[in-house]
Design a protein around this ligand. Structure first.
Ligand code: ADP
Ligand code: TYD
Length: 244
């Protein structure tokens, strides 16, 4: 069933499902905000080319226009461990799937904890942090190749240190992802194949379903126009910030 054309409200014990617009182009599960701090930590998720960077830029501009401070970041991070991961993805270095999963665990902790531009430092300075990928990416991409429960356990310290106030999943078909990737790059990375993206998409669906009862997850139809996607995202973020 296409989740964007289904009718009715699916609810679960811990969460409230809200349709931000009447066209049902987005699903939002739960609205619990970590209320001991005003800054939001939002993780954008989706298969490669799903429009995450585009939407991060649009949300960042919107928040900045309202005088909110925003820090944009991504995983793999630009730091030393992130560079090692990119060397594996571009074929410069060899790496087994377990090794890659372990590198992402280390990269994520460095991304959170480094004092210079780590996520915690940026949030303490009053910034909302918008990250292009976080733990769900490891669950979906590494969980497609190694045991998912092991990947979840390996990432548990990052989740304990900082769980996103909201995960935003941009949903697009694999065909669209591949055609966008081909347009964008001359050379695809080693895991940017149809077979791998199909597996990753299946894992994302499983992971989103598994965590929807205890984490805030917004699923948006990524096939809409950029401005319509941005409007769905803004509806959710606005409610989390208690803005009119
Ligand atoms: P990601 O960061 O998830 O890899 P990008 O934001 O870089 O994705 O988008 C991938 C490509 O798709 C870019 O060329 C971008 O301009 C295009 N794109 C993004 N959003 C849309 C959309 N809603 N409709 C059509 N093309 C889009
Ligand atoms: P990048 O080119 O930055 O991706 P995007 O297409 O999202 O702009 O490369 C990030 C790649 O890293 C992407 O293919 C997903 C992968 N990845 C993992 O496999 N596990 C992870 O935990 C993360 C954060 C990313």
């Amino acid at each position: 069933m296409n989740r964007f054309t289904s009718t009715g409200i699916r609810s679960s014990n811990a969460s409230l499902l809200i349709f931000p617009n009447p066209g049902q182009s987005a699903y939002l599960w739960s609205m619990n905000k970590n209320d001991h701090r005003p800054e939001l930590f939002i993780a954008f998720e989706g298969i490669d080319g799903s429009g995450k960077s585009t939407q991060i830029n649009l949300l960042s501009e919107h928040l900045s226009s309202l005088s909110h401070r925003v820090h944009q970041t991504c995983e793999p991070s630009p730091g030393p461990i992130g560079r090692m991961i990119r060397d594996i993805f571009t074929g410069k270095m060899e790496g087994d799937h377990h090794t890659i999963a372990g590198l992402f665990v280390a990269d994520r902790l460095h991304h959170l904890l480094n004092k210079t531009d780590g996520i915690l430092t940026k949030m303490s300075a009053g910034n909302h942090v918008l990250t292009d990928r976080y733990v769900f990416s490891s669950y979906a991409y590494q969980g497609a190749h190694v045991d998912l429960d092991w990947v979840i356990a390996a990432n548990s310290e990052s989740q304990r240190i900082l769980q996103p106030d909201l995960h935003i999943f941009l949903d697009i078909p694999v065909d669209t992802a591949l055609s966008r990737l081909v347009k964008r790059r001359e050379q695809l990375e080693i895991f940017e194949t149809r077979e791998n993206l199909e597996k990753v998409k299946t894992m994302y669906d499983l992971v989103l379903d598994r965590f929807r009862t205890d984490q805030n997850i917004l699923i948006v139809d990524g096939m809409q126009r950029q401005e319509d996607i941005a409007a769905d995202i803004w509806s959710a973020v606005k409610s989390m910030l208690d803005l009119e």
